[in-house]
Write a protein that binds this ligand. Structure first.
Ligand code: AHG
Ligand code: MN
Ligand code: MN
Length: 337
């Protein structure tokens, strides 16, 4: 009787995937191990948050004008500390820091910029609802200046060499892509390793849910209002149900696995959309496309947007093929956001 079932850890998987990057040697997997280690540290704190002094606000406001939670600050430091020691990292950009950090920017060995939202969905921390971490990795553009972080960071999402997220839900799960399919790993808490549990995730072409903050619906652009009406009234051949958690990563994770669409259109209070292009929209857009779905802003494919600033916001609609085809039809009929 076999007592042991062979497992594939995320680290083994990355080492195999890395063979696709000529010249990447071990550095890319070492970089990603910084993310896996940091997210294990974050999940350990998330799991114990009610027992320690880590709930509640830190007492500071971040660059986005949002009140920082203690876990936002902890998660940010865990990622910065684990990534800054990796020599292949040149620039670190966090949603929580006004300016990017040049770490080994002038070293010829520094090739990658790592961009992250350390804790997504922070309004859900205190109430024991899923939160997440996102990451996006860009390679230093050919000919870009070694000490100018903008030239590393202001590249369209189509240039991402890897993207992913961790969702701290009923289990902790990491989902990532290096442009060769989307793979999901569940943290085995007994072993402390992310183990392959969802190989080659494909987003259903059509799903049962739409996910948006309905409270703002009257202030959405006309195309988005009409789109939601079509979903609700069976125009796509089914009556959609709604689900909205308020942690983009958790809402996206469900959309990826079960299908449907997640929408955060412009609103009267966030006329450019609320979500951030670099930290939030780009990583989920790369994963959605790799899994057979699509991601669109009010006017174009998310991954084609050339960022002007690192904290820029965007409207986001991300979902399966059927939902996104209809979304584009609505934009064409009713005008862009
Ligand atoms: P963050 O916690 O990183 O600031 O992100 C919060 C975002 C996102 O996770 C979520 O989709 C959205 O805010 C929810 O906003 P509303 O409360 O306006 O629906
Ligand atoms: Mn966020
Ligand atoms: Mn955040």
């Amino acid at each position: 009787m076999a007592l042991h079932k062979p497992v594939m850890t995320v680290q083994q998987h990355i080492l195999l995937e890395q063979k696709r990057f000529p010249g990447a040697s071990g550095e890319f997997s070492f970089l990603l191990s910084g993310i896996t280690l940091a997210t294990k540290m974050i999940q350990a704190q998330v799991r114990r948050a009610g027992l320690t002094d880590l709930l509640g606000s830190y007492g500071e406001t971040n660059v986005q004008g949002e009140v920082q939670q203690k876990l936002d600050v902890y998660a940010n430091e865990a990622l910065l500390d684990n990534l800054r020691v990796r020599e292949s990292v040149g620039v670190l950009a966090s949603e929580e820091n006004e300016r990017p950090l040049m770490v080994h920017g002038s070293s010829p060995n520094a090739k990658y910029a790592v961009i992250f939202d350390p804790l997504d969905g922070s309004s859900n921390i205190d109430v024991n609802v899923s939160v997440g971490t996102t990451f996006s990795i860009l390679k230093r553009a050919e000919g870009s200046s070694l000490d100018d972080s903008s030239s590393w960071l202001l590249q369209p999402g189509s240039q991402q060499v890897a993207a992913g997220y961790v969702v701290y839900g009923s289990s902790t799960m990491m989902v990532y892509t290096v442009g060769n399919g989307v793979h999901g790993f569940t943290l085995d808490p007994a072993v402390g390793a992310y183990v392959l549990s969802h190989e080659n995730i494909r987003m259903p072409a059509q799903g049962p849910y739409y996910s948006t903050n309905e409270a703002y619906r009257d202030t959405f652009p006309r195309a988005d209002q009409e789109y939601i009406e079509r979903l609700r009234t069976g125009k796509l051949g089914r009556n959609y149900s709604s689900r909205y958690i308020g942690s983009m990563i958790a809402d996206f994770h469900r959309t990826l696995l079960k299908g449907g669409v997640f929408l955060y259109p412009p609103t009267s209070t966030s006329p450019d959309g609320k979500l951030r292009l670099l930290y939030e929209a780009n990583p989920v857009a790369m994963i959605a496309e790799e899994a057979g779905g699509a991601a669109w802003s009010g006017s174009q494919r998310i991954l084609d947007i050339v960022p002007k600033t690192i904290h820029q916001r965007t409207a986001l609609a991300v979902g399966g093929q059927v939902e996104m085809d209809e979304y584009k039809r609505c934009l064409a009929e009713f005008g862009e956001a």
